[in-house]
Design a protein around this ligand. Structure first.
Ligand SMILES: [Ca+2]
Length: 133
């Protein structure tokens, strides 16, 4: 009986771990709403465009850079927050066993997907956000 209780506690801890780890990481950044140029819906759409440009074989660099044009640092932070963290599957491998693939934020996705030259360009765009460490 006592043994069973221990097993249940262990199972609960294993189940709760990813949730707790995510909370501890604190993936969101503070945004100054007074400096935002658009409604929240716009940032959600841009985040979706960023994801679509990367979440397939290869990367649509043109779409990636175009959808960020004209955004200020606070706008970019709002996009970063809207993106959140998404599972990254190398070479768009089908996510058959999802927990094998780590959650990555937008910057981490760039680092996986872009070559050195594109990364330098992207880093320049994000410079003012201080999110790129
Ligand atoms: Ca890709």
């Amino acid at each position: 009986m006592k043994h069973k209780k221990k097993l249940m506690l262990l199972a609960a801890a294993l189940f709760a771990y990813p949730v707790i780890a995510k909370l501890l990481k604190g993936s969101l950044t503070n945004v100054n709403p007074l400096k935002l140029q658009y409604e929240n819906e716009v940032y959600k759409n841009i985040a979706a465009e960023q994801f679509e440009a990367m979440d397939n074989t290869g990367t649509d660099e043109d779409a990636l850079f175009e959808s960020l044009e004209g955004l200020n640092s606070e706008d970019l932070k709002a996009v970063y927050n809207a993106f959140g963290e998404k599972r990254y599957a190398v070479n768009s491998a089908p996510v058959l066993i999802p927990w094998f693939y780590p959650h990555k934020n937008l910057i981490q996705w760039y680092i996986e997907e872009l070559d050195a030259q594109e990364l330098a360009r992207m880093k320049q765009i994000w410079k003012g956000t201080e999110l790129w460490v």
